[in-house]
Design a protein around this ligand. Structure first.
Ligand code: SOE
Length: 379
């Protein structure tokens, strides 16, 4: 049984508000932790929807102003699930109030904001984490284990794709409660911050720092109506697609591709890493397995093998079901939260924290800059 409690104040009740609420409800059912999160207060601007959300998930109280939430004495940690243009101000205020911070990705609108946020939490000495949940897919963590075990050897190539298709319809509006990801003033960027930030976080976790990039972006639909004012249209300034080349500090080369215009691709987040001793291939649309090529065995029987990453000695799996029973999207948030709480107990902070997520933000900025300048940019 958990001995301590951690009072959470959650901001935002959309897709991520639900994913995080679920994690707070479940984490102690599956992980042995000293700390039990308490769903203390949920915060959002629309009182009716907020009340419905709070009662559905069991939040004890509500606030409609995040500044009030941050100042509450009974809140230990602020969890930010609101749109990207709110992250900076909330983190700054939360750090100032001495609260722990859990922040959704992308960290910020740009690296300048991110650097201020990293400095603020460092100065306040408050534990913090950015929810790059795909690190917590057991098969992705298992890929990292294979890298650490030296099974990939000297890396040569990294190939990442993050493909979706939900914005192809030109009649889809932008902005508003659900489509703010299409509005650069709120999201900061398009697929670069929303999708490639995930790919970059995974890539630098598996293969180390990225030194330089050269990118191309495209906005396919140039104008969209506003969700909140259908009669008015506004130019679209997000990147609908972004492709970039990168050089890693370890000498390997990478390609990254992301779009919301790949018809038929719903959430294809995939990567392949090729080294002299072996390769790994992961695809979120087959999230329970990892493809592994081992070149160290006898040549005539070498081949790609598909590893079902569900055994109790695979990452995270001893906390879940019996072998062969696969996890889903929501479990990645529970695993992430378990790591955060375990980090509080061990004193070894869960990653990526804000300082580490700033590296991803810097790469996103360099990518967007390169798309403008047309030349290689150093990170
Ligand atoms: C966008 O469609 C989105 O919801 C991202 O914002 C998430 O980070 C990604 O994991 C799934 O797709």
């Amino acid at each position: 049984m958990a001995e301590k409690t951690l009072n959470i104040g959650l901001i935002g009740y959309g897709f991520m508000g639900r994913a995080h609420s679920n994690a707070y409800c479940k984490v102690n059912h599956f992980f042995d932790l000293d700390t039990q999160p308490v769903l203390k207060a949920a915060c959002a601007r629309k009182p009716e929807q907020l009340a419905e959300f709070a009662s559905r998930w069991g939040w004890e109280s509500t606030e409609t102003d995040w500044r009030v939430l941050v100042e509450r004495d009974d809140i230990d940690a602020i969890d930010i699930c609101s749109p990207n243009n709110t992250h900076h101000d909330i983190v700054m205020a939360a750090a100032d109030a001495g609260k722990m911070v859990l922040c959704e990705k992308p960290l910020a609108m740009n690296a300048e904001e991110g650097a201020e946020m990293a400095a603020a939490v460092a100065k306040a000495g408050v534990p913090n984490m950015v929810w790059f949940n795909y690190r917590r897919v057991p098969a992705v963590a298992f890929a990292r284990q294979l890298v650490d075990e030296g099974r990939i050897g000297r890396p040569f190539h990294y190939r990442a794709k993050y493909l979706q298709d939900w914005t192809i319809d030109p009649d889809l509006p932008q902005g508003g409660a659900t489509l703010w990801r299409l509005d650069a003033d709120i999201a900061g960027s398009g697929v670069t911050g929303d999708l490639l930030a995930h790919s970059i976080d995974t890539a630098i976790w598996l293969n180390g720092p990225i030194e330089s990039v050269t990118a191309v972006t495209e906005t396919f639909i140039k104008e969209r109506a506003l969700q909140d004012d259908p009669g008015t249209t506004k130019p679209v300034t997000i990147d609908d697609a972004c492709l970039f080349l990168a050089r890693f500090a370890n000498g390997s080369l990478a390609t990254f591709e992301s779009t919301r215009y790949a018809r038929g691709r719903k959430n294809q987040n995939s990567f392949e890493l090729n080294g002299d001793k072996g390769s790994v291939l992961f695809d979120l649309e087959d999230a329970h397995q990892l493809q592994y090529f081992d070149h160290t065995g006898e040549e005539h029987v070498n081949g790609w093998r598909t590893i079902l990453v569900t055994d109790s000695d695979h990452p995270y799996m001893k906390n879940w079901w019996v072998p062969g029973c696969v996890l889903g999207y929501e479990h990645t948030f529970i695993n992430a939260l378990a790591d955060f709480l375990a980090g509080l107990e061990s004193g070894v902070p869960a990653q990526p924290d804000i300082a580490s997520a700033l590296e991803t933000q810097k790469i996103c900025d360099a990518v967007l800059k390169s798309a403008e300048t047309g030349i290689w940019e150093r990170v």
